[in-house]
Design a protein around this ligand. Structure first.
Ligand code: NAD
Length: 298
């Protein structure tokens, strides 16, 4: 069947499902939220009354849910309702261990499974330019890539089940840690009388160069499109950075990795999200660093 079932039609899942419809796929769907269902229906998704109903007749099932616990509960509901051999592709960001458990459950129920978390945010979901980090057996890569194509700028096969989630959290651990490092450098520069522009001009063409500096630059000015120029409207929200770093931290602990900087980044972003930064772009952590620096200045 070329029918795709799409479970979780929120900020990301809604526009992703809409791009599948635009590409000519038959899309059935379900979400527990009324607004998400209404929007998806307008976009041409055949919204059903339950997840189990949505997967009926589908050859593939895509999930885009808030977390691993919800993913496992949805799988519990739909694995028995789907036709044997259905391809399950989870695009949510969840723990590597949850991704592997979900895939194992799907396989045990006679299906095939992949994890395919994304980078690119709501803008990328709307534009159909997401990067998918695919974790699955080699034998599934071609089918999964063709399925994801209308939503994707790029699909990278990262390895076996769970490897997509591993790539996602390793990447975001770098992003979180480097944003803190760049923010600390700007604030230290301020105290030393260095202008933002001068530091930017040097670091962006020297060894301090990174995404946190050149794309989400945490001070207004040097990068006109960065959230610092528009009241820290995300972008990539602090709550999502805290979530992803929490997943990285869990993996760090479960695997016994010595990741001092990544673990500290999780602590700092958790605090940032709890203290008002959840809805701001993650680059707004520079303000916390500046405030704390003012309070402790000699
Ligand atoms: P969201 O909260 O907007 O969407 C999640 C949807 O799942 C909601 O509409 C919710 O009602 C629905 N849902 C919850 N429980 C359900 C259930 N049992 N059955 C059916 N639907 C259910 O979140 P989002 O921003 O779309 O993010 C989805 C996932 O994508 C998350 O795992 C997030 O970490 C990841 N992600 C988000 C972004 C981003 O920029 N928003 C970027 C990359 C990855």
């Amino acid at each position: 069947s070329d029918q795709v079932a799409f479970i979780g039609l929120g900020n990301m899942g809604g526009p992703m499902a809409a791009n599948l419809v635009k590409a000519g796929r038959t899309v059935t769907g379900f979400d527990v939220g009324q607004e998400a269902c209404d929007k998806a229906r307008e976009a041409g998704v055949d919204v059903k009354g339950s997840a189990a109903e949505a997967v009926q007749g589908a050859g593939t099932v895509i999930t885009m849910l808030p977390n691993g616990a919800l993913l496992l509960s949805v799988y519990d509901e739909v694995l028995g309702a789907a036709a044997p051999g259905t391809l399950f592709v989870d695009c949510s960001t969840v723990a590597v261990s949850d991704a592997r458990q979900a895939a194992d459950l799907a396989v045990a129920a006679g299906h095939r499974a992949a994890d395919a978390p994304v980078s690119g945010g709501v803008g990328g979901a709307e534009a159909g330019t997401l990067t998918f980090m695919l974790g699955c057996d080699e034998a599934l890569v071609e089918q999964a890539t063709a399925l994801l194509d209308p939503m994707a700028g790029r699909v990278v096969h990262c390895g076996a089940s769970g490897a997509g989630q591993a790539a996602k959290i390793c990447n975001n651990m770098v992003l979180g840690a480097s944003m803190i490092a760049i923010s600390e450098a700007f604030v230290l520069g301020e105290k030393l009388g260095l202008t933002h522009q001068a530091f930017f001009d040097v670091a962006s063409t020297a060894s301090g160069q990174c995404w946190a500096l050149t794309t989400n630059c945490p001070v207004p000015g040097p990068v006109p499109t960065s959230p610092a120029n528009r009241d820290w409207k995300p972008g990539f929200a602090g709550a999502l950075m805290a979530k992803d770093l929490g997943l990285a931290r869990r993996a760090v602990e479960e695997s016994g990795t010595d990741a001092a900087v990544g673990s500290l980044a999780e602590e700092l972003y958790r605090r940032f999200a709890d203290e008002g930064g959840a809805g701001l772009d993650f680059s707004a952590i520079v303000n916390t660093i500046r405030e704390r620096s003012a309070a402790t200045a000699e």
